[in-house]
Design a binder for this molecule. Structure first.
Ligand SMILES: NC(=O)c1ccc[n+]([C@@H]2O[C@H](COP(=O)([O-])OP(=O)(O)OC[C@H]3O[C@@H](n4cnc5c(N)ncnc54)[C@H](O)[C@@H]3O)[C@@H](O)[C@H]2O)c1
Length: 355
């Protein structure tokens, strides 16, 4: 079992059975009511393994939510709060978020606001949630189409990452999570980026060690700046445009996977990094070539640019309506708080469509 110390909780990576979950359930939360939050897919693919592995969970309440980003909304939280109230869940209870980033983001928010906050743990079941969403303490929901507009920083009691859950994910889901891992390499570790590039042709190259390294990169950044005053903004590389694109597809009611939007965001923000003379042409080409070969080209057109640009105005890093971006200086190094004009974004979007 590989263990990482986070701000005020532990992240364990390895088989759930070997983790300290049994200890946690049998000691600190022995007398607590347990609630397991799942979506329809994690109910089907992940729940049985969890509840049959721990007798402490035999009487847990199961709350199932519909799957998908379009359901990451406050209305869904209200339904869960009503269910918790009906089950007479008190402040000693423990919520177990068993799912992808939608469940861990939303479950963290639900737990943190119910009766002014009850404990929660995350058991991520997608690659994206394992390497990114389940760690770091950002919880939230979208407001209409705007990503993570409502939320708070709240840290789980523990995170248990069992790569065994990845067996029921398809190739697109693999790429979904890989996008955030590639981001980790691009902003802080050239070697990580290089190793991850080999995983696309052979998924077996995606070892537990690479998952550990991504979690470590994110965790170190979060520890240095838990509430995103400066350094943590780096983790948003690819996300200013990525979130704007994700919102665009949410508005069309044809949501796309978060990682696919982020891959497009990485390409466009990489181009802006080149235009602003941060990154060299050689490194720009390396990133651009790899991402465009690995990820499907999204099907928006130049007619959609205004809407996507308008969505960037809601980015949480903006200062006084000015879009501020994280850009790359080189592979493995990023710079935060760079003001970027609409024209720059438009030319990045154009370049993406041409490429
Ligand atoms: N809090 C953070 O720091 C942070 C960081 C990155 C992303 N996010 C958020 O994470 C979300 C994206 O996460 P995601 O990509 O995991 O989305 P998701 O939770 O929607 O999961 C993707 C799909 O996989 C299914 N699924 C989950 N586990 C499965 C399994 N083991 N087998 C088969 N199917 C399974 C889900 O039901 C869903 O249909 C976005 O809302 C994004 O904003 C948050």
């Amino acid at each position: 079992m590989y263990s990482i110390q986070a701000t005020n909780y532990t992240i364990e990576i390895g088989s759930l059975i070997d983790s300290s979950l049994a200890l946690l359930l049998g000691s600190q939360f022995k007398e607590s009511k347990k609630i397991i939050l799942v979506d329809e897919n994690t109910k089907q693919f992940c729940l049985e393994y969890l509840i049959t592995s721990y007798q402490e969970l035999a009487f847990a309440e199961i709350i199932e939510l519909p799957a998908g980003e379009e359901n990451k909304q406050l209305e869904m939280c209200v339904q869960v709060w009503e269910a918790l109230t009906e089950y007479q869940i008190d402040r000693k209870a423990l919520i177990i978020n068993l799912g992808g980033g939608v469940i861990t983001d939303m479950g963290g928010l639900i737990a943190s606001l119910y009766k002014r906050g009850i404990s929660f743990i995350n058991i991520p079941t997608t690659l994206l949630a394992m390497v990114d969403a389940s760690v770091g303490g950002k919880t939230g929901v979208d407001l209409g189409i705007f990503k993570n507009q409502i939320g708070l920083f709240a840290f789980p009691k523990a995170v248990f990452i069992d790569p065994g859950f990845l067996n029921t994910l398809d190739n697109l889901q693999f790429k979904n999570g890989l996008a955030e891992m590639l981001k980790h390499g691009l902003i802080s570790d050239l070697n990580h980026w290089k190793k991850l590039k080999t995983c696309v042709l052979n998924h077996e190259n995606l070892t537990d060690e690479l998952i550990q390294l991504s979690v470590n990169i994110k965790n170190q950044i979060v520890i240095s700046d838990p509430f995103e005053v400066n350094e943590r903004k780096k983790l948003n590389f690819g996300h200013t445009i990525g979130h704007a694109i994700e919102s665009f597809y949410l508005e069309k009611k044809t949501p796309i996977l978060h990682g696919l939007a982020i891959a497009a965001g990485i390409q466009i923000e990489n181009y802006i990094s080149l235009q602003m003379n941060f990154i060299s042409q050689i490194e720009y080409d390396e990133i651009n070539q790899f991402i465009s070969q690995t990820y499907p080209k999204l099907n928006f057109t130049s007619e959609n640019f205004d809407q996507i640009i308008s969505n960037t105005k809601q980015d949480k890093k903006n200062i006084k309506n000015q879009v501020m971006m994280v850009l790359l200086k080189s592979i493995g190094s990023a710079v935060v708080d760079v003001p970027v004009t609409e024209e720059m974004i438009r030319s990045g979007l154009n370049n993406y469509l041409k490429g």
